[in-house]
Design a protein around this ligand. Structure first.
Ligand code: HMG
Ligand code: MG
Length: 311
């Protein structure tokens, strides 16, 4: 298997994770959590989104979070923006990079941002042009790249069409989202084969939700195909409130374990990462069950009881 020496993990927990939690985390606690994430070696954190607060009340404090954050100089702090109103708010708060987003599926696009795909292009075009003028890098999410909760399977051709339009606008990276976590490696391969005929692998990041436990297998397939950027969420938090059945992103700590053990460098340290996961678990008031967190929890318990269960 031909593998890269380095892969970049892009942490989306403070945005994709918290947007789908029933509990709204206090602004100060979010900021503290982002500070903890900033001490783990991560180079990219998506901290919030500047969408309509009625649509995503959990992130209605986007402005305060971004303004009050003590930024680390080696970290890119990004946020989601759906339109010019969102961009103005994000720029006003000092964002480093903006992410526009849309879906390859007509129905999910409409449910998520209240527009058809055709109506979305001019809105995003204006946002991208303005952001680039302001010297900001723009990332473009394409959602439901494997399947849509309303329409079923989505063809790679449809994903290619949306990708082309976003790249033509001036987006510098496309994040391909398996929003509802249904994809398997053969489908990821078919999708990437189509896209990589036209574009280099460096343009893409993969964004897998882990609803059916296939995210890590899909990441291994993507690595084999030359992709080196992956979105993940600490504690496996997350989901899209406008995609029925969408559960959390692949967990950052489980992805880190996989990459490290495969000899792929990330620059991220497991211990402070787990500490940050236990911190947000405590604030959410519910246990987060990822592989690495369960192991760490059991080890702590064993040490407390005078036993050791390290493997
Ligand atoms: P709309 O109601 O169609 O907006 O919502 P509008 O343009 O008709 O404006 C209506 C009102 O909203 C106006 O106020 C605007 O000013 C205001 P009024 O004049 O009536 O007082 N407004 C805003 N206020 C604050 N910030 C804004 C904003 N825009 C308009 N940015 C809109 C359209 C896109 C705003 C809405 O549908 C929305 O906020 N949707 C967000 C949905 C969302 O955040 N979904 C989750 C993120 S996507 C995701 O999770 C997938 C991803 O992770 C990848 C994957 O997993 O596949 C990225
Ligand atoms: Mg997502």
């Amino acid at each position: 298997m031909k593998l890269p020496g380095f892969a970049e993990i892009k942490e989306v927990g403070p945005r994709d994770g918290l947007q789908n939690e029933p509990v709204k985390i206090n602004t100060e606690d979010k900021i503290e959590w982002i500070h903890m994430l900033g001490k783990t070696g991560l180079s990219y954190i998506e901290v919030t989104s500047f969408v309509h607060p009625k649509w995503i009340p959990q992130l209605s404090d986007a402005l305060e979070v971004l303004r009050e954050l003590k930024k680390e100089k080696d970290i890119t702090y990004a946020a989601l923006v759906p339109n010019m109103r969102g961009l103005e708010r994000a720029l006003g708060a000092g964002i480093d990079e903006v992410s526009v987003f849309m879906s390859a599926s007509e129905t999910h696009n409409k449910r998520n941002i209240n527009k058809t795909i055709a109506e979305t292009f001019p809105v995003l075009n204006e946002v991208v042009k303005e952001a680039v003028l302001e010297k900001k890098r723009v990332r473009g999410y394409v959602s439901t790249v494997i399947a849509c909760p309303y329409e079923g399977k989505i063809s790679p051709d449809q994903v290619l069409m949306v990708t082309e339009r976003l790249l033509d606008m001036g987006v510098s990276e496309i994040s391909l989202g398996d929003t509802i976590g249904v994809g398997v490696p053969t489908q990821v391969e078919a999708l990437l084969e189509q896209l990589l005929k036209r574009y280099p692998a460096e343009l893409f990041a993969m964004h897998f939700h882990d609803t059916r436990g296939t995210a890590l297998a899909n990441i291994v397939k993507s690595l084999e195909m030359g992709i080196t950027k992956f979105d993940s969420s600490l504690g496996g938090l997350g989901g899209c409130p406008y995609a029925k059945g969408a559960s959390g992103n692949v967990a950052t700590e489980d992805l880190l374990y996989l990459l490290t053990e495969m000899g792929i460098e990330t620059g991220i340290n497991m211990e402070p990462l787990l500490e940050a996961a236990f911190y947000i678990e405590n604030k959410l008031g519910r246990k987060l069950h990822t592989r690495q967190l369960d192991i760490a929890r059991n080890e702590k318990e064993a040490v407390k009881n005078g036993k050791s269960c390290s493997i």
